[in-house]
Ligand binder design. Sequence first.
Ligand code: AMP
Length: 550
Amino acid sequence: MLSTMQDVPLTVTRILTHGMTIHGKSQVTTWTGEPEPHRASFAEIGTRAIRLAHALRDELGIDGDQRVATLMWNNSFHVEAYLAIPAMGAVLHTLNLRLPAEQLVWIVNHADDKVVIVNGSVLPLFAPLLPRMPSVEHVVVAGPGDRSLLDGVAPRVHDYEELIAGRPTTFDWPEIDERSAAAMCYTSGTTGDPKGVVYSHRSIYLHSMQVNATESMGLTDADTTLAVVPQFHVLSWGLPHAAFMSGVNMLMPDRFLQPVPLAEMIERERPTHAAAVPTIWQGLLAEVTARPRDLTSMARVTIGGAACPPSLMEAYDKLGVRLCHAWGMTETSPLGTMANPPAGLSAEEEWPYRVTQGRFPAGVEGRLVGPGGEHLPWDNESAGELEVRGPWIAGAYYGGVDGENLRPEDKFSQDGWLKTGDVGVISPDGFLTLTDRAKDVIKSGGEWISSVELENAIMAHPDVAEAAVVAVPDDKWGERPLATVVLKEGAVVGFENLRTFLAESGVAKWQLPERWTVIEAVPKTSVGKFDKKVIRKRHADGELDVTVVV
Ligand code: AMP
């Protein structure tokens, strides 16, 4: 029997139309570094998105599912692009402006981007690469910047404001199949070529509903979210589309991502929610510890993208800011799990739940797979690789203009689940605890040591700012942990002392690292995560001054 329900497609067009009318008064506030930030209502943003769609179609000739790329910070221009490009049936391709030049060029060519909308402030980085991006026919420059950098290197250059000015304020949006491509994002790719994840209208729509669900971020039009997580990193964790769906006000930091301006925008604009990777919160914590600020408006913060050290969560609890841990990937749109504890628990009872990566929403199924391919029980002890599936989880990677989409065996199971490469355990009530990336686990004498657990334990020491632990070769054990430690300003602490601290905090004796080194900063990836392959390379190249303590 067929249902009697209407078959209305779930599209970004709907999100745009809804947001600009029903939530027309909600605002996007963009930090500019000027005394006053830039403010625009959803009604204004929606109208400008419609004008942008006209400009792209009528002036630049964008048609069908051609790719329009963005090389931009988080700001209102970028939100307009997020709405206009998918709604007109084209594909929004967000480019990560922190990627090495070679990768950026590779990605633009692979995606066959026709247009790049670029913030003026990013031109010094972008302009020199353009001659190596033959598919790009038009460059649209948004916001202040030295446009002369494009002289002689760009085919056709347009000023964003001039391009959209005076164009119609309604658009006869195409009928879109909800399964068709709306946006794409390449994974930062630690090995091999970057891989393109292509989101559909349907996946974005469903994911946006999940972001707003009370069991996830629980955002409404009473909220202002500070979206620190870049719009080029998994669509800013889905926040702009989710915000337009529910009228959530957005505070966009543009390029002002340093602790001082972040603290200032939080104090001045009083966001109720924020989202960013742990590195950002570590930096802000150091700043507000040195110069106290009122962060209490920001009652809830979504933290993910890398494991959140429990000590960081504790420090923010003391500041009246509750960090809620979430796990996801570019391939999972990214919302996979969120650590909202079950109802009815005391603060003390909630704690063990809060430090997990969280539980799956109904739209995401998870399972653990052991080394022999067997499915493991949810007993909080059996560790295996996490596999997931659901309507906003990737089932393939983009194969390029002439190629078929790719389903490499190491990334997708035979029955279509995504192999995450993350290793962990799941409790009987469905809370996921990740112990490591499969490739970061330390295999010592046949036993596994979690680099993340060691890092969390070291970072709980009051003199430690950051710590990253990697596996290094060991004649006797195969691999042993190397602890690389960043000390807080002015702190002096011996490695013996740190080792004793770890032992006292419950780290098993055989897991205690013998190899220690102090570094100035933990190297970070393009999206602000610990870049352990750089540490491993530095060690292999003999660049680290390692002390052995036993
Ligand atoms: P990306 O696709 O660049 O966002 O990277 C996804 C990867 O980040 C995941 O596969 C995890 O290894 C890691 N990750 C994301 N969130 C968390 C988290 N809450 N705890 C630990 N690792 C995380």
